[in-house]
Design a protein. Structure first.
Length: 468
């Protein structure tokens, strides 16, 4: 066969087609945008609207009188509202947007709210009353000037509060004023690593950096008043808003990346990045919210709004709730194995604890059984043990069931009196078994670590032995 041009073309056609196909598949994969915020919630004073980002249509409209601020929990499950009409902080379920509770009722307006990074506390600044940490145990409050903005440091150990006279930084535990600086501030925002704090004022903006345990001023840019600041959740960009302009800076190098100008008659009020940084929302005071794609910094959508803009925030990507992980701990203060006589109480020297390893879960009531067993085995998942007046292998000890409230960490059980080894228990080696989540009431991430064993030896008293 002759090697004509046609033959050469046919010889390379199939490999070339495969290469093009694989290449297209590869590039379509790497250009697929990551999962980002599915909703943005906007307060317009007399109403709160929830907009879906898939098609930028209104998903839900919440009637309100005067919602002046809002904040999502980091896990996307809750939404806190600062309700100035009712002088209260309202907590909503962020899925159904129904009211769960009212953590604060006051006689003044809560102008600023923020969720703690662990999703457990809501910080609220109330006009003329100061700062409240709602959900902390115990709940804290402090008298301070009215806040114009506030934000938890990402590690949750501090909260920065901007007033028109100064910056205040409070530690959470212990709850105390740590530092203050004479900045006349309008807004502030931490970088995701918590090492930089961007601050806006009537005269420009500043950046402080946390180095060697102290804050040092890194940059000071004088100019137009800064209205709002937002930091990309990945720490790449900082968006600084003035009345008619948005400036995008590299958050690390502090170099200008791009800027958007608006007509002189347009007054800008707010700026926010989506949860994974794919979008930037810029809000006018009354007419529109502009959505920019951060990949190109091009405007992709203009949302018309009716009413006065107060606040907005993208809903964090909802992470499926983790399952709890309960486990038991049982130890003896005496040298093992414990020697116990039939009919005797086993409370002395015994420490039993319940642990829950997964953070950021709700408090639950968990059953803990103390069981007497001859072998170091137990069914999975753990059933409820059955009590008995006489010895039975695997029996629940008398007064050996506990209902323990736990969120996370470890709780030591307050042991009941009357936990005795039955009088007819034969001599020999046994195990005292502490069983967490007995009855398997709670689905767990790990069902195989619920049981802890303590070896004991049951011995007859001398006067109990038969006489030959």
């Amino acid at each position: 066969m002759k090697n004509t041009p046609i033959h050469h073309l046919l010889r390379w056609a199939l490999p070339l087609a495969l290469a093009i196909g694989v290449g297209c598949l590869f590039f379509s994969f790497i250009n697929t945008p990551p999962v980002d915020s599915k909703e943005i919630t906007i307060s317009l004073g007399t109403k709160v609207i929830v907009v879906e980002t898939d098609n930028w249509s209104v998903k839900k409209e919440l009637e309100s009188k005067e919602i002046v601020d809002l904040a999502y929990s980091n896990n996307g499950r809750y939404l806190a509202l600062g309700d100035c009409f009712n002088n209260s902080v309202v907590k909503l379920d962020a899925n159904s947007y129904t009211q769960l509770e009212i953590p604060l009722e006051s006689d003044r307006c809560p102008v600023k709210v923020d969720y703690s990074p662990d999703n457990q506390e809501i910080a609220a600044s109330v006009i003329g009353r100061g700062l409240y940490l709602l959900g902390s145990n115990p709940e804290h409050e402090a008298t301070l000037p009215d806040a114009v903005d506030m934000q938890y440091r990402p590690d949750g150990k501090e909260i920065a509060i901007a007033t028109r006279k100064e910056l205040q930084v409070w530690t959470i535990s212990p709850f105390a004023l740590k530092a203050r600086d004479d900045y006349e501030l309008t807004c502030l925002a931490y970088t995701p690593d918590g090492e930089r704090l961007f601050m806006g004022s009537r005269f420009g903006w500043f950046v402080q950096e946390w180095k060697a345990g102290v804050w040092k001023e890194l940059k000071k840019a004088m100019g137009e008043p800064t209205v709002d600041i937002a930091i990309d959740p990945k720490g790449r960009w900082a968006a600084l808003l003035s009345d008619h302009k948005v400036e995008i800076f590299d958050a690390k190098l502090l170099r200008l990346v791009t800027q958007f100008y608006f007509p002189a008659e347009t007054r800008l009020k707010g700026v926010a990045f989506s949860d994974h940084g794919g979008w930037l929302a810029v809000a006018e005071h009354q007419d529109n919210i502009h959505i920019y794609a951060t990949s190109s910094w091009k405007e992709t959508k203009t949302l018309p709004i009716t009413g006065n803009y107060w606040a907005m925030e993208f809903k964090p990507v909802v992470i499926a709730p983790a399952k709890p992980d309960y486990s038991a701990v049982i130890v003896s203060m005496m040298r093992p194995p414990m020697n116990i006589y039939p009919g005797s109480e086993i409370k002395k020297g015994l420490v039993v604890s319940l642990k829950q390893a997964m953070p950021d879960l709700t408090k639950e009531t968990v059953t803990v059984d103390l069981v007497l067993r001859s072998k170091k085995t137990y069914p999975v998942p753990a059933p409820l043990a059955k009590p008995s007046n006489n010895y039975k292998d695997g029996m629940l000890l008398n007064n050996g069931r506990y209902e323990i409230e736990i969120k996370d960490g470890m709780v030591n059980l307050k042991l009941n009196s009357g936990m005795v080894i039955p009088r007819d228990t034969p001599e020999g080696a046994y195990y005292l078994v502490a069983v967490a989540d007995a009855g398997n009431k709670h689905p767990e991430s790990n069902e195989r670590n619920n049981v802890a064993y303590l070896e004991i030896k049951v011995k007859k008293r001398v006067d109990d032995r038969p006489v030959n």
